[in-house]
Design a protein around this ligand. Structure first.
Ligand SMILES: Nc1nc2c(ncn2[C@@H]2O[C@H](COP(=O)(O)OP(=O)(O)OP(=O)(O)O)[C@@H](O)[C@H]2O)c(=O)[nH]1
Ligand SMILES: [Mg+2]
Length: 270
């Protein structure tokens, strides 16, 4: 958290980046208190992979709490218009305030902050209109802070992902693992896939049936993983199913949206 506090000293606006599939668990719970009076906008990325109905409910919920929130696809920039307009407005207001005070305005400085792999660099790139910040489909891609210029009067700061303390809660960690926002190699793929299988068998059995060609009697965890192994040829030495590969395949299919669009937390729950 120390570097985050350093960056905060030099920016005017913080874009708090979280994942639309876990709008609460993928946030920094205490960011507001660290930021203080600075302008904070909540940006939910991966709206393309989340349930649109729940995303709308979440935006409503955050707005009712006084948090300005946006939901976008940070990979393509889809849905980022309102956010751009808001940033342009903040920049203009700031220029005017500075001019009133007799100062020559400096560019508005905006920083993206959030846990690993939520799409901070992607968002910065889309706002800048070019792919200058490195992105990747695993956590820990951004190693240090990086400034980008945007439309002359705005500067964007990309920062590395930081994990918060609630990470230590095992179940939250696993949920963060399902959406790819946990550090590589810390959680076992089997544990993440187990939770995911349980969730999908309960909430979207038909999606599983279609994706993996399952029959009614095959809607159990064991059968699910075996079917994936059989269909994809995950057979290890000695002719037994390689269920670890099945676990990874299920996780990847989920993360890429091949099993449908899901939001794993609903606003009415605690
Ligand atoms: N489908 C989809 N993919 C996204 C979206 N935003 C980001 N991604 C993908 O998610 C992966 C991670 O994105 P990054 O922008 O590198 O994430 P980051 O938060 O900068 O990650 P670190 O720097 O490692 O903390 C990349 O493969 C992106 O293409 C989105 O809105 N929708
Ligand atoms: Mg990054």
């Amino acid at each position: 958290m120390r570097p985050l506090r350093q960056y905060l000293k030099v920016v005017d606006v913080v874009l708090e980046v979280a994942d639309a599939r876990l709008p609460v668990s993928s946030r920094y719970p205490d960011l507001a208190s660290i930021i203080g009076s600075k302008t904070r906008l909540l940006v939910l990325t991966r709206a393309d992979l989340a349930d649109p109905k729940l995303t709308a409910q979440w935006l409503e919920f955050f707005r009712s709490q006084g948090t300005t929130a946006f939901a976008i696809n940070a990979r393509t920039g889809e849905g980022s218009r309102a956010l751009r307009q808001q940033l342009a407005m903040i920049a203009k207001e700031k220029r005017q305030t500075m001019a009133h005070k007799g100062f020559r305005g400096r560019p508005l400085r905006i920083m993206a902050a959030g846990i690993p792999n939520v799409g901070k660099s992607s968002l910065i790139n889309r706002l800048a209109g070019r792919s200058a910040a490195r992105t990747g489909n695993r956590p820990g891609i951004t190693r240090g802070p990086q400034w980008l210029r945007f439309e002359g009067n705005i500067e964007l700061l990309d920062t590395p992902g930081v994990l918060w303390t609630h990470w230590h809660e095992q179940r939250t960690a696993l949920w963060l693992g399902t959406i790819g926002c946990a550090p590589e190699g810390v959680l076992a793929a089997e544990d993440i896939a187990d939770l995911l299988a349980e969730y999908l068998l309960t909430n979207a059995p038909d999606n599983l049936k279609i994706r993996y060609n399952l029959k009614e009697g095959q809607l159990t965890k064991q059968k699910l993983f075996e079917s994936i192994a059989e269909r994809r040829g995950f057979i290890s030495f000695g002719g037994v199913f390689d269920l670890e590969k099945s676990a990874t395949a299920l996780i990847n299919d989920f993360r890429e949206g091949y099993l449908g669009r899901f939001t794993l937390e609903a606003p009415k729950q605690d």
